[in-house]
Design a protein around this ligand. Structure first.
Ligand code: SF4
Length: 331
């Protein structure tokens, strides 16, 4: 079996909390807390969870747009977390990001030609003629025309702007795209178009995606595997159909219950998610989901569950699948 394109091992990103007049370190917001997964070339991993669960921070920490607190990110066999500035700059040619709000991420004072050729300039790729030709090619690939190159971001619709964001990410021929809520700001009808475009591009260009979203419904059709995050931790990781057809973690079950189903006769047995997500600066003890979990047991309040493979390719972090704890409960 070939090597994974990306290995994330024990990734942590803590933001220090300072207090008092001396600004002493009094705690940490554990935005990403010991997250591990692998990604094969050409695969799409959807990462899902409510806002504040650490999914976007995970994406940024992988690229070192945010410096990880601990852990390793191995990309194409090289450890990104240990790279020096120049080495990291080169590695970033192969990893690009697509952002949620294409308008905010496109400089309003630059025309599309200038916006799209910027990554080539940053990486010293091509002369003026080659850059112009590449912009024209990428505009065509994402379904726009060469005359759009002279226009400005405000002259485009939301969907077109996201196409430009995708074109910009593709300029350096990356291998991995980290798409952070790329369709969340778009109308539902436009969402499908952008998702289809990303799927087509993946096949055409053999891209690997990490697709971050807060809604399980959005990642369903694009992901090969799905990881569900809650308060900085991965609580379930499995093939997409397993997550949707037989979710194991009570949090995943609750998230799925919130996804609308276009069938009037369909009724769900699972309760919708109640209560707010606790603060990652002061997470609940034991299983951090215990304050909202309908199945919580005594052990859940003191013992942290770890992510373990309970069925082939299906991992979950929940004491319901821990034989020792279940036996204790029965005794
Ligand atoms: Fe619920 Fe306990 Fe499982 Fe956490 S470990 S999800 S509280 S049953």
């Amino acid at each position: 079996m070939s090597e994974p394109l990306l290995q994330v091992k024990g990734l942590k990103k803590y933001f220090p909390i300072k207090g008092g007049i001396r600004g002493k370190h009094i705690g940490d917001v554990k935005a990403v807390d010991d997250v591990s997964f692998e990604l094969m070339e050409g695969e799409t991993l959807g990462i899902v969870g409510e806002s504040g669960c650490g999914k976007s921070t995970t994406g940024r920490a992988i690229m070192r747009l945010l410096e990880p607190t601990a852990g390793e990110v191995i990309f194409q066999g090289k450890n990104i977390t240990k790279m020096h500035k120049e080495e990291l700059r080169k590695a970033r040619r192969d990893i690009q990001m697509v952002f949620q709000d294409p308008y905010a991420s496109l400089n309003p004072r630059h025309n599309i030609q200038k916006i799209l050729e910027e990554p080539l300039k940053v990486h010293g790729l091509g002369d003026e003629k080659e850059r112009k030709a590449k912009v024209e090619k990428l505009l065509g690939i994402v379904g726009l025309s060469s005359y759009h190159a002279q226009r400005y971001p405000h002259q485009f619709s939301g969907g077109q702007r996201q196409r430009i964001g995708i074109a910009r990410a593709l300029m350096t021929n990356p291998k991995l795209i980290i798409a952070d809520e790329p369709v969340s700001a778009l109308d539902v009808s436009i969402q499908a178009q952008v998702l289809n475009l990303m799927k087509d591009l993946q096949q055409e260009l053999r891209l690997t995606y990490i697709f971050i979203a807060h809604d399980l419904g959005v990642v369903r059709h694009i992901s090969d595997r799905v990881g569900v995050m809650y308060l900085g931790k991965m609580v379930e990781l499995a093939a997409s159909e397993d997550v949707y057809d037989k979710p194991l973690h009570p949090y995943t079950q609750a998230l799925l219950a919130a996804v609308p189903v276009p069938d009037p006769d369909f009724t769900r047995e699972t309760a919708l998610l109640k209560g707010d997500i606790p603060s990652p600066a002061n997470p609940p003890s034991g299983c951090t989901f215990h304050t909202r979990c309908p199945f919580k047991m005594e052990a859940c309040m003191s013992k942290k569950p770890v992510l373990v493979e309970v069925e082939p390719g299906h991992s979950v972090a929940c004491h319901l699948y821990d034989a020792d704890i279940n036996n204790d409960n029965k005794n």
